[in-house]
Design a protein around this ligand. Structure first.
Ligand SMILES: [Zn+2]
Length: 314
């Protein structure tokens, strides 16, 4: 379940001045539990189900003979049957596993869902289980735009070496309108390695800006909430989300907006990273980002059922 959520690095440094009613993206994605039967499987549940399963229970015996690739491993202090590092899920739990991931990952299509589940779990016929569940999911049916044109990404020719370059961009603002009249606006910074397509997204914090307005000859002080896309903030987020965590890139590609001036330029220079401001975005990163934007837009639309109306810029 953490496979997706690690990309939503919630940024919670909003200052105390900001509206306490503001809802954070993390809450939108993590705390949705309208379907009470949807719970993640626990390791002990999986182990119990394995012990009750005719196919797997004998592996818990002493001197058990294991089929190819199978072994008993200690997961969270619990003995479990594993296959190549993945938990083996017995039949009675398979549906629930898929339902949980599908729900928690905000209704991805079967390909992405399979890639995620397959990294942590194993059962025979996983693809069939996943397809039957995604096919019959009502939220998916009512929300996904089937007529979306899925373009193919351009061939990867320009940058081939992983971690060599980083493309940084801003997306949004997106607006989520709740049925109760509440509203969430968000804007995010996206970072992508164009060679491997490794991707990070981080929410821009909101700051208060005071300004004076002249109303009928009177000076009035007003408070606006704006997204902090100052070069200082952008530099800090890129540093914290990418540069501190991944191998140092040689090039940093970004568009020529003011968000990427001053502090951002200092940051690149201090790390000895070559700056590549472009007016035309890197077509490869651009294409990957466009696809990512589509996916995010789709996830937001599936949230619509619960949260009312959503408008996205593209
Ligand atoms: Zn769905």
């Amino acid at each position: 379940m953490e496979y997706f959520s690690k990309h939503w690095l919630g940024y919670n440094e909003t200052n105390s001045l900001s509206n306490t009613d503001r809802v954070h993206l993390n809450q939108v994605f993590a705390n949705r539990s309208e379907d009470d039967e949807i719970y993640p499987l626990t390791v002990s549940e999986i182990a119990e189900a394995q012990k009750a399963d005719a196919e797997f229970k004998h592996y818990f015996k002493r001197n058990a003979v294991f089929d190819k690739g199978l072994e008993i491993k200690l997961v969270e202090n619990t003995k479990c049957v594993c296959k190549e590092g993945r938990l083996v899920i017995p039949k009675p739990l398979q549906r629930r596993a898929v339902m949980w991931y599908h729900h928690y990952l905000q209704h991805p299509g079967h390909t992405r869902l399979e890639e995620t589940i397959n990294a942590a779990m194993y059962w025979k016929g996983m693809r069939t289980t996943i397809r039957s569940i995604t096919k019959s999911c009502r939220t998916c049916q009512t929300n996904k735009k089937r007529k979306l044109k899925y373009g193919h990404l351009p061939a990867k020719t320009v940058i081939r070496i992983p971690w060599e370059a980083l493309c940084v961009d801003l997306i949004g603002p997106y607006t989520l309108k709740g049925k109760d009249g509440s509203q969430i606006d968000f804007m995010a910074l996206t970072m992508i390695d164009p060679a491997s397509s490794w991707f990070e997204i981080v929410e821009l914090p909101v700051v208060n800006r005071q300004r004076t307005m002249n109303v009928k000859g009177r000076e009035l002080l007003t408070n606006d909430e704006i997204f902090d896309k100052s070069s200082e903030r952008i530099a800090r987020l890129v540093n914290k989300t990418w540069l501190c965590r991944y191998p140092r890139c040689r090039y940093l590609i970004y568009d020529n907006g003011s968000e990427f001036k001053l502090h951002f330029e200092h940051l690149c220079d201090s790390y000895g990273i070559k700056r590549k401001p472009t007016t035309v975005r890197n077509p490869q990163a651009n294409a990957i980002l466009e696809r990512v934007h589509q996916v995010i837009g789709q996830m937001l639309r599936t949230a619509e059922i619960r949260y009312g109306q959503i408008s996205c810029p593209r």
